[in-house]
Design a protein around this ligand. Structure first.
Ligand code: NDP
Length: 247
């Protein structure tokens, strides 16, 4: 099963992979893991100091030199995405992988108490920004021989659950976006498009969502990297439109 996938040490050698939300949690570990398997990672996130710390960790481990992209997905514009794509085109010429990982948890409360502003912010970060980035990075992904786009879903993106509000709706939208894009690209390009549901993972988001839980009862981000590697490497070529569980 992809969750138990064992990657060759050089699985991602020569590849350029952009990770959103690369400063913390699962995105941070995915960026470090991709770099450790030979990829040049582009670290996108909103807190520059966190991105710089990941950059330093990658450099001091002797992995390929990463790139830094400070960007707040809550306020990102079409123009910023176009500018990013132009910069990456000049520096790398192509993009082999795109991991959409950044998300906001937002409010968890009954719909009747939810705030419109908080709702819009979650949909903006978790869905609209993904669209804008994907839309403008597609030409760079097309330029790679077999690019992989990976979205991040959740259990509440497959079955709704009370009080999960905008976050659950955003994850249903993510599954839908993945399916639409995958079908569009299936016969016209070599880009594959899939989803990962990480499952309960010990990060700041999980600890905020389940404050009563013992964090150590959940696997760490390092423990769930099998499917993250599988979907970025050549062993998943031809696999598209699938929503995977990382655990
Ligand atoms: P964290 O909250 O630990 O990390 C989220 C990352 O996204 C952070 O680096 C954060 O940046 C970044 N981010 C948030 N908002 C923005 C923004 N406006 N612009 C740019 N970057 C932003 O979450 P996890 O690592 O736990 O989650 C990663 C993914 O996995 C998410 O999509 C989440 O929904 C999903 N997931 C997680 C589960 C879990 O148990 N952990 C379970 C199911 C799904 P900063 O650090 O600067 O705030």
């Amino acid at each position: 099963a992809p969750a138990d996938y064992r990657a060759a040490p050089d699985l991602l050698a020569g590849k350029t992979i952009l990770v959103t939300g690369a400063g913390d949690g699962i995105g941070r570990v995915a960026a470090l893991t991709y770099a450790a398997h030979g990829a040049t990672v582009i670290l996108l996130g909103r807190t520059e100091s966190k991105l710089e710390a990941v950059y330093d960790d990658i450099e001091s481990a002797g992995h390929p030199k990463p790139a830094l992209v400070p960007m707040d997905l809550a306020t990102v514009t079409d123009e910023q995405c176009i500018h990013l794509a132009q910069g990456l085109a000049e520096e790398f010429g192509q993009l082999d992988g795109l991991l959409h990982n950044a998300s906001l948890l937002g409010e968890r409360c009954p719909i009747e108490n939810a705030s419109y502003q908080a709702w819009q912010e979650v949909l903006q970060v978790n869905v609209n920004a993904q669209f804008a980035l994907t839309r403008h990075l597609l030409p760079l992904l097309q330029a790679a021989p077999s690019a992989s786009i990976v979205f991040t879903s959740s259990g509440v993106g497959r079955t709704g659950r009370a009080y999960w509000g905008a976050y659950a709706v955003s994850k249903f939208a993510t599954e839908g976006f993945m399916q639409v894009l995958s079908e569009e690209l299936e016969n016209t390009s070599d880009i594959r498009v899939n989803c990962i549901n990480p499952g309960a993972t010990n990060t700041a988001m999980r600890r905020a969502a389940y404050p009563a839980e013992n964090p150590d009862d959940n696997p760490s981000a390092n423990d769930i990297m099998g499917v993250y590697l599988y979907l970025m490497g050549a062993d998943s070529i031809g696999v598209t439109g699938v929503s995977f569980n990382a655990q």
